[in-house]
Design a binder for this molecule. Structure first.
Ligand SMILES: Cc1cc2nc3c(=O)[nH]c(=O)nc-3n(C[C@H](O)[C@H](O)[C@H](O)COP(=O)(O)OP(=O)(O)OC[C@H]3O[C@@H](n4cnc5c(N)ncnc54)[C@H](O)[C@@H]3O)c2cc1C
Length: 380
């Protein structure tokens, strides 16, 4: 039976960043077990947006730290993640929603976010073609942007392998193995047992079924999200911020001469089906064409879909499960796991090596759902 210091279940961006950070922090024998290819879960389906506008201080801090990694990614992980700091814009035509957003700005600035409030003239220059006469509040973070999730996850995987971390792909974990209240390892579908007194569940949208194998329940539910890419749009600006209309949940950004858009599906019923549903596009097109009338003639070239791993308060769940000594979780990032992954990796490394975290972790505590929690306002 192979023995490890830490076993990570899940080879997505969270599990791999955590494994890399643990190795850097001195954890020696590390095993990552992935049931498919690394990155094949939600990570490779993500849009790759990186933004620092949140209402919750911990979400701001994790994304700021994550963005810092994206600017130095190649130096840290060895290859280019395709990060483009094109900016990230939230707009609303709703007065009350606008007031809620503006109320967050002083806290965001105090935490180091360079957020700018735009008027209609600014909007005209920065996002030409956007209907703006009804917009009441527009907030831009110019240093945010988008990266390529496929490129990013592959570079972290390669960095992990170079560091001597063992990665087993095509190896589904069937169950977490416990003795009394202590974790002792994992059992794969093939019946192999790998031993460790510390196991990290970094299994994204599939974390609830994995933890249920040792009697633990976590409120992470899988929500379908679909993304669309158009054919090249004539005279479309090749560089504009990733823009979110918070009233409809629509987001949109340029991808060279094409446009990528999605969202508007936050209230969809939870479920594990992650196949594309082209029939869902009609409502979204209405929202898109309202905000960007010129896109009425755009044609969709490609659609893809994945699962977002949502929690009731739109914060990740990070830390040890109190009822199972040695069982840690880093999952449920509710649509912001790609951008937050490097910072989450650092947190896991501090927890596993007994150091104190630079962040207050109460808002991520696995036990927090026993009491009242505070939700995130910037969700779409
Ligand atoms: C369409 C879409 C757009 C998104 N856009 C953004 C965005 O713009 N910005 C952003 O920050 N985030 C975005 N997200 C969210 C982001 O993709 C996730 O938060 C992030 O990828 C989570 O990473 P993860 O490693 O936790 O999960 P995953 O990438 O899903 O990795 C978990 C891994 O665990 C494996 N696994 C599961 N069960 C087992 C098992 N029993 N045994 C072994 N392996 C197992 C899975 O195969 C998977 O590879 C988006 C998500 C979607 C679907």
């Amino acid at each position: 039976m192979e023995q490890y210091d830490v076993i990570v279940v899940g080879g997505g961006i969270i599990g791999l960043c955590a494994a890399f950070a643990m190795k850097e922090a001195g954890v020696k024998r590390l095993l990552v077990i992935e049931r498919a290819w690394c990155g094949q879960g939600s990570t490779s389906k993500a849009t790759g947006g990186i933004r620092t506008q949140f209402s919750s201080p911990i979400n701001v801090q994790l994304s700021l730290r994550g963005r810092d990694y994206f600017t130095r990614w190649e130096e840290i992980y060895g290859s280019d993640p395709g990060f483009h700091p094109i900016g990230y814009l939230f707009v609303t035509a709703d007065e009350q929603r606008g007031e809620t957003l503006l109320a967050q700005v002083p806290q965001q600035r105090a935490l180091g976010v360079e957020v700018e409030s735009l008027d209609n003239r600014d909007l005209h220059h920065i996002v030409p073609g956007m209907r703006q006469e009804d917009i009441r509040v527009a907030l831009l973070t110019p240093r945010d942007g988008v990266a390529d999730p496929g490129a990013a996850v592959m570079s972290v995987e390669a960095a992990c392998r170079r560091q001597g971390i063992k990665i087993l792909e095509h190896t589904p974990v069937q169950a977490l193995v416990v003795q009394g209240t202590r974790i002792t390892g994992v059992r794969t579908e093939a019946g192999d047992i790998f031993s460790s007194d510390r196991v990290l569940a970094a299994t994204g949208a599939w974390t609830a079924p994995l933890l249920s194998t040792c009697g633990i329940s976590v409120p992470i539910s899988p929500h379908h999200r679909q993304v669309y890419r158009t054919l090249p749009v004539p005279d479309w600006p090749t560089r504009m911020p990733l823009s979110v209309d918070l009233d409809t949940g629509l987001y949109c950004h340029s991808d060279g001469p094409a446009v990528v858009f999605g969202g508007g599906d936050r209230d969809a019923t939870a479920g594990y089906d992650d196949t594309p549903r082209p029939m869902d596009v009609a409502n979204l097109i209405d929202a898109l064409v309202y905000r960007w009338p010129r896109l009425a003639a755009a044609q969709i070239e490609r659609t893809w879909a994945g699962l977002r791993e949502m929690t009731p308060d739109d914060h990740g769940i990070v830390g040890m499960i109190p009822q199972r000594q040695g069982l840690y979780v880093a999952a449920g990032f509710s649509g912001h796991g790609f951008m937050q992954a490097p910072a989450v990796g650092e947190i896991i490394a501090t927890l596993m090596t007994g150091q104190s975290s630079a962040y207050g972790l109460d808002a991520l505590d696995p036990a927090r759902f026993l009491g009242p929690t505070k939700g995130e306002a910037y969700v779409f």
